[in-house]
Design a protein around this ligand. Structure first.
Ligand code: 13P
Ligand code: SF4
Length: 347
């Protein structure tokens, strides 16, 4: 039963003591988040993993790319574990190393050395290594603006992987026109909606988040019609149409901060993952909060980390045979670390 699993998780946490560290992403289920030592967005969790040298085992409650980042930033003798290896990110899977090499060869042929690659942290270690090797950096949704400014200070053009929406929304915020942005289609290996070469500033990889794409303009229009005083806030992984029509947009951390600072009685519609929206509703009964899409939008891969997988993970650690260990190959880790550190150092 759940009660037994919860009791066992507490017992294991107590037995493992400071050897165990549990970061939990905001999109994780409550049944797992209750055991997290720290909760955060992907940037906070990357930083916190790097500053906890005492924990022998880091049980990462989030998705695969986040656990890879934790492995890259932690010491050799620390073991990062993902409670369910199927907890991936469909957006991260939309850019493979081979596709990226092909794109780079074709784009540099067309644009010369005027491009710097930038990748959202929602990408595999291999993509981060590619970016690190070519002088670029990672970004998260909470620092994308600063990092694009950093990138534009070095090169005229950015190749932004793998989320076209975060790339488009952030560049637009910085004053880049839609006409100055093109999409690289990794399937056809061609640019879409091409404009004269000299105008191109942003080359957007054709990737997206299937959770955040479920928030649509019609949801915003419906709320505007029925409840014009309901404030709409969305994650920048939503489309440009949705992000620009909303009242505000920002990372998970930013959304949480806005809700926590909201005056009692205020009304909100939030366009982000369901577990976070539900937690914000439960923690803020003095506010009126709803999901922007009335059909709640779960991230199915985040949800693969559930109580049974979590407890099993602690059991096998306690028995001395940890499973689901995430180990990034050293050569890949070294180059990926360059990209991550360029981000951490330039903030
Ligand atoms: P944050 O960078 O806001 O934590 O978002 C991570 C993510 O996967 C959003 O879908
Ligand atoms: Fe990936 Fe989207 Fe899930 Fe975030 S919400 S982990 S981007 S699939």
């Amino acid at each position: 039963s759940d009660e037994e699993l919860i009791a066992r998780a507490h017992k294991r946490k107590h037995e493992l003591g400071p050897d165990l560290f549990i970061p939990g992403h905001h999109y994780q289920k409550d049944e797992v988040i209750q055991f997290a030592d720290v909760t955060g967005d992907s940037l906070q969790l990357a930083k916190v993993s790097a500053t906890n040298p005492h924990a022998k085992y880091i049980v990462f409650c989030g998705v695969h790319f986040m656990a890879e980042t934790a492995d890259i930033l932690t010491n050799e003798d620390q073991t990062v574990i993902l409670p369910d290896m199927r907890a991936g990110c469909s957006m991260a899977d939309m850019a493979t190393r081979q596709q990226t090499e092909i794109a780079w060869a074709k784009l540099t042929e067309q644009f010369g050395d005027s491009i710097i690659p930038i990748t959202y942290v929602n990408s595999s270690a291999a993509i981060k290594a590619f970016v690190g090797r070519h002088g670029g950096a990672t970004v998260t949704s909470s620092n994308a603006k600063e990092m694009l400014q950093w990138a534009f200070a070095q090169k005229k053009r950015i190749l932004f992987l793998p989320d076209q929406h975060l790339g488009r929304n952030t560049a637009y915020q910085l004053g880049v026109n839609l006409e100055e942005m093109v999409v690289w289609n990794q399937q056809t290996e061609q640019l879409e909606n091409m404009h004269p070469t000299e105008e191109v500033k942003m080359i957007l990889w054709k990737g997206h988040c299937s959770v955040h794409e479920k928030f649509r303009l019609q949801h915003i229009e419906q709320i505007r019609k029925e409840e014009p005083d309901r404030r709409i806030i969305v994650h920048p992984e939503c489309t440009w149409e949705v992000t620009t029509a909303a009242d505000d947009a920002g990372s998970t951390k930013y959304i949480i901060e806005q809700i926590e600072a909201a005056p009692g009685g205020s009304k909100w519609a939030i366009g982000t993952e369901m577990n976070l929206v539900k937690r914000l509703m439960n923690n803020n009964p003095h506010l009126s909060i709803q999901s922007l899409n009335p059909d709640l939008c779960p991230c199915l891969t985040m949800n693969r980390i559930d109580l049974p997988h979590f407890v099993w993970t602690l059991d096998v650690i306690a028995s001395g045979t940890p499973q689901n260990v995430i180990r990034v190959e050293p050569d890949v880790a070294r180059e990926a670390q360059l990209a991550i550190e360029r981000m951490l150092l330039s903030l």
